[in-house]
Design a protein. Structure first.
Length: 248
């Protein structure tokens, strides 16, 4: 029996974000190079996308490459960029067939030209798809994103297009790369690390956090269901008391 049968379809998170971690350790455990782990991580991406779309999740954001990951050895970065290009290329038809829209957040102009072009092309081709939005965080970090938002707001103030008094949470949210999405209700991190690593700091203010020891290439559909099951059994109080939640 699968835990999927225990899920309340009426109470699904609208937006799930995943920090896909542990590819390198997965490869090392079997005496292979780190890149082998990244290649096998693609299978887990496919599983997560397929199961999220089948369940009816509307937004799935995957942390694929952080700003800090640019500090990795050059050959690993090159292998990852190549893998992005070939995977996006291979999967475009599947995205189209399954009515999934591809989007991306991050400093996309810092990506190699080929990766940027491939990404942009698939984003454009899938732009009208409506079943689920698959959002890749590429060359992304939350502090970078917030800094860019501040710059853009400051410029508008300087040009008198915006009054400092009209700056509120909504306005800041609309200046983030995630402006067109609701905040994630559930954040999953694999590989047994208990940190956020500069991911969606603003957007996860009230997300439920779920950590699993599974290394990313081993992450299966059942693991996603387990995370959603855990989410559905949390009491989300948003600062209120338990009594308020249960009588309201
Ligand atoms: C996650 O796996 C993938 C990326 C960060 C690109 P890692 O490459 O971080 O694997 P570990 O954490 O070293 O095992
Ligand atoms: C976070 O994983 C970034 C991605 C999953 C893309 P890292 O492996 O880079 O994070 P740290 O270095 O362990 O915090
Ligand atoms: Mg890691």
């Amino acid at each position: 029996m699968s835990i999927v049968d225990e899920l309340d379809i009426q109470k699904l998170p609208t937006h799930i974000a995943i920090i896909m971690d542990g590819n390198g350790r997965w490869a090392k455990k079997q005496g292979k190079l780190r890149v082998f782990g990244h290649k096998n991580g693609v299978k887990a991406v496919r599983e997560a996308v397929e199961s999220a779309a089948d369940l009816g999740i509307k937004y799935l954001t995957l942390y694929a490459f952080s700003t800090e990951n640019w500090n990795r050895p050059k050959h690993e970065i090159n292998a990852l960029m190549k893998l992005f290009v070939s995977t996006i290329n291979k999967e475009t038809e599947t995205l189209l067939k399954n009515n999934i829209r591809l989007s991306a957040i991050g400093n996309l102009s810092s990506l190699p030209t080929k990766a940027y072009k491939e990404l942009k092309e698939t984003m454009e081709r899938t732009a009208n798809n409506t079943r689920m939005q698959l959002n890749l965080a590429l060359s992304y970090s939350s502090r970078w994103e917030l800094t860019e938002a501040m710059k853009s707001i400051a410029e508008k103030v300087q040009k008198h297009e915006l009054e400092p008094d009209s700056i509120d949470e909504g306005l800041l949210s609309r200046h983030l790369n995630t402006a067109d999405m609701p905040d994630p209700e559930l954040l999953i991190r694999t590989s047994g690390e208990y940190r956020i690593s500069n991911f969606l700091l603003w957007q996860i203010a009230y997300a439920e956090l779920y950590f699993t020891d599974k290394l990313w290439p081993d992450f299966e559909k059942e693991d996603l269901y387990r995370a959603i099951y855990a989410y559905q059994n949390r009491e989300r109080r948003f600062g209120k008391t338990s009594e308020q939640i249960n009588t309201g």
